[in-house]
Write a protein that binds this ligand. Structure first.
Ligand code: AMP
Ligand code: MN
Ligand code: MN
Ligand code: MN
Length: 282
């Protein structure tokens, strides 16, 4: 039985585990193919790949690219990318360079709201100084005893409309897709059910995603409802796209579903991993 999980984070971005710890947890859960997909950075891939090799698990090089589409932040997962590809690396470096400046603005807003020291606090939680993300701020605020958990911090401070939310321009959709495709990867529209866009805009997003080279949609992911799984499975088929399955795991205590614990893809879906051939031939 194959158990394929193509969306996971390590502490190279906003996850809690090292790449090796993540791979070991996935293996213990029976995952047979794992992708590490840290936000805007590929630093963890070598360690994850070598741990997977030791455990006899198939490993897929991945990345989750932050994109601004219209007014919305959208995430594109690139799978089976070449982490040595210069254009992809340059594109990701560009995204990363905007993160610190944004973090300074977030900290400034939080200070005004009575939470000083948030930049230093968040940076202490960020194992990779190049990727300061909102969960690092959330962990600092929890540590200060100002909220029960990370989820509560997001609700109160870090989502659109709240004090600590700062508008930011990430990569353009077409650029992200060109980098991923140029690096030999498959581009997956991540967790589409999470975007707060209307139905019309969602169709436009999928149209533009496909027109720019997108090939798959993440149909099964941890916070999709059963209705959303069905809906996006139908969209995927109607558009002739492939489907992906990924838990979007971030770490113990923060992610409800561990790697490999998701339901399978609906039977009518064409799995994105079919493009990679038989794992036993590799
Ligand atoms: P950033 O890229 O810095 O904007 O951080 C985005 C990350 O924050 C996502 O990848 C999730 O890990 C996390 N996140 C976003 N929204 C929420 C939420 N409502 N509750 C908990 N975590 C969230
Ligand atoms: Mn994240
Ligand atoms: Mn995401
Ligand atoms: Mn993710």
């Amino acid at each position: 039985m194959q158990n394929i999980d193509l969306h996971n984070h390590s502490r190279v971005s906003d996850g809690l585990l090292t790449p090796a710890e993540l791979v070991r947890l996935a293996a213990a859960n029976g995952v047979t193919t794992l992708a590490l997909t840290d936000h805007d950075d590929t630093e963890g891939l070598a360690e994850a790949a070598s741990t997977a090799r030791d455990l006899g698990m198939r490993f897929i090089n991945g990345v989750e690219v932050s994109v601004t589409w219209q007014q919305h932040t959208v995430h594109i997962v690139g799978l089976n990318i070449d982490p040595a590809n210069a254009a992809l690396m340059a594109g990701l470096a560009g995204i990363r360079s905007g993160r610190l400046e944004r973090a300074e603005k977030i900290a400034h807003e939080l200070a005004k709201a009575g939470i000083p020291g948030a930049l230093e606090g968040a940076l202490r939680h960020a194992h990779n100084p190049n990727i300061v993300a909102r969960p690092h701020f959330a962990r600092y605020i929890v540590e200060r005893g100002l909220a029960r958990d990370v989820r509560a911090v997001f609700k109160r401070f870090l989502i659109k409309g709240k004090t600590g939310y700062v508008k930011h321009h990430w990569a353009d959709l077409a650029d992200a897709l060109a980098w991923i495709r140029g690096a030999g990867g498959v581009a997956v529209l991540a967790h589409p059910g999470r975007y707060t866009v209307g139905q019309g805009a969602m169709q436009t997003l999928m149209d533009e995603f496909v027109a720019a080279g997108g090939q798959a949609i993440e149909v099964v992911t941890s916070n999709h409802t059963r209705d959303q799984v069905e809906h996006f499975a139908a969209e995927t088929n109607r558009r002739g796209l492939m489907a992906s399955r990924g838990s979007d795991y971030h770490g113990p205590g923060e992610s409800y579903l561990e790697p490999g614990k998701l339901p399978p893809l609906p039977a009518q879906c064409v799995p994105v991993w079919q493009t990679w051939g038989d794992p036993f031939l590799h």
